[in-house]
Design a protein around this ligand. Sequence first.
Ligand code: AMP
Length: 290
Amino acid sequence: MIEVVRDPGLLRERLVGSRRAGQSIGLVPTMGALHAGHQALLETARRENDVVVASIFVNPLQFNRSEDLATYPRTMETDLKLCDRCGVDIVFAPEQTDLYPAPQLTFVESPALSAHLCGEFRPGHFRGVATVVLKLFNLVQPDRAYFGEKDAQQLVIIRRMAQDFNLPITVVPIPTVREADGLAISSRNQLLTPEHRQIAPVLSRSLRQAIDLIEAGERRATVVREQALAVITPCAQVRLEYFELVDPELLTPIAHIDGPVLVAAAIWLDSVRLIDNMSWPSAAGNLASF
Ligand code: AMP
């Protein structure tokens, strides 16, 4: 039977016994509104650990637009059912005041890794993410923590935080789960109008175009970017936020492709912001999947 714990102190207590018994602990941090993407993380965690903890917490610290926080979908009842089906042992679902009983005055900052991509357009976002994830890491003390490649910059920042702070936690990346038409599954997709939902796969198509060009031997980032953007520009409804080719670990822009590259982009359809990314060479092998 799935246990729902709200209190951070009770969560710690509950996990002491597991740790003493030598059980491995897997953590899947989420903001709820769970979908097939989250499910992939939960299922992998279930396979690899004795105890699986999923956290469901819409973290106010990482929202730079209060409107976005207010409209973020909240579906706790169905989330718990999905967690149960995936064999999660404990759902940690604190209220804001449980995780932030006093104003947070200490933060995790990764300025170099937050300078580009989403970080450039969402000031404070990754500081909020890294800070809450460090809290969760300290409360759960997992052996493994699962993060989606869908949020590539977040994954890089968390992985680097674990490395830089000597955290004894393996950060496990999970490939992006997509709809049949290539759209990366996201809680925000349900906010799209039917018309915009039809248009949205243009984002993954443009990324795929970039990967195809690199795969075909193009090495100039500006050429790849331009030709990939040609997939998006005919859609007048799409507002481009960024489309960048960066180093997959340092997240700094690349001019000439002479090694692995992360291609990442963000677009807006009305007030809905969508992000996606693909990496090369690793994405080249599974392009046929959509
Ligand atoms: P969120 O609830 O949006 O904070 O996401 C929780 C975790 O699920 C993050 O590590 C995300 O990267 C991951 N995730 C979200 N969507 C997907 C997806 N389509 N495929 C794989 N992982 C995902």
